[in-house]
Ligand binder design. Structure first.
Ligand code: B1M
Length: 211
């Protein structure tokens, strides 16, 4: 679809206002929020990721593209979050300590909200201790950790170990995800659930609350 390519191109150029307008236009044309997300926004961010890896672009360009992605996601938020759904359980979510990537985490949050799950967002650079204290404070059932850097993944292990140390391991389901995270890693650190994307994370969380 032509408009999805245009969204992707404008995202890559960091044009937040244009992305917002185009996302609205695409919704008005009857294109689903999921298609806009996948084909336009995530598609554009994938191109940025590849160029960043090849040193064809640098952090400032990536930040502008990330801002445009967030602007587009904000337009999709009410559609994805399905207004009026009854809350069915509580999750605390955050990007782990040392890690400032929050686009994927925000998507997971949005998708979970779309399933009627109440999500307490701790933001980025969240230490293991904080995940646990927030989960206790808000009486959450799930602790959801996102990491985009191989160097920050070990903070997820810390969450699991700290829960064990405190005698709280059985009280919470620990979900993990992010581009470098795998199910093998989940198994190695003793977390409960790994999912590769935001949609499957929301499905998995809903299943925890249904059980
Ligand atoms: Co950074 N960065 N970055 N970056 N960045 C990556 C991750 C990198 C792969 C780029 C590259 O080299 N190709 C690389 C990591 C290498 C590695 O560790 N293996 C990298 C690097 C090196 C860095 C810096 C160190 C760069 C520097 O300063 N020299 C620095 C680190 C800063 C820090 O965190 N301390 C840095 C900084 C940044 C920006 C600030 C410029 C910006 C972030 C802006 C922001 O988030 N607000 C940024 C961005 C945008 C990227 C890329 C290009 C895109 C990430 C993204 O948002 N993708 C990324 C390259 C890439 O991934 N291709 C890159 C879109 C998003 C929808 O996908 O977050 O993967 P993602 O989320 C997915 C799934 O992973 C999953 O669901 C989402 C899809 O549905 N998911 C979960 C995520 N969390 C989940 C949790 C779950 C379940 C699923 O359960 C709880």
């Amino acid at each position: 679809m032509e408009i999805l390519n245009t969204i992707s191109e404008n995202l890559q150029k960091g044009k937040s206002n244009a992305v917002k307008e185009l996302v609205r236009e695409a919704l008005d044309k009857g294109i689903s929020a999921e298609d806009i997300l996948e084909g336009g926004l995530i598609g554009g961010m994938d191109v940025i990721g590849t160029k960043f890896m090849k040193n064809e672009i640098y952090v400032p360009e990536v930040m502008l593209a990330a801002r445009a992605m967030t602007a587009g996601m904000e337009v999709l938020r009410p559609v994805l979050a399905g207004a009026g759904v009854q809350p069915r359980g509580r999750v605390v979510i955050g990007t782990v300590k040392g890690d400032l990537h929050d686009i994927g985490k925000n998507l997971v949050k949005m998708m979970m909200e779309g399933k009627g799950i109440q999500v307490i967002d701790l933001g980025t650079d969240v230490p293991a201790e904080r995940f646990i204290s927030a989960a206790m404070e808000h009486e959450a059932r799930i602790i959801a950790c996102s990491a985009l850097l191989t160097t920050t993944m070990p903070e997820m292990k810390k969450v699991v170990e700290l829960l064990k140390e405190k005698g709280l391991r059985d009280k919470f389901t620990v979900m993990i995800g992010g581009a470098p995270v795998t199910d093998a890693y989940r198994e190695s650190i003793g977390a409960d659930i790994y999912t590769p994307d935001a949609g499957s994370a929301a499905e998995a969380a809903a299943k925890v609350f249904a059980d």
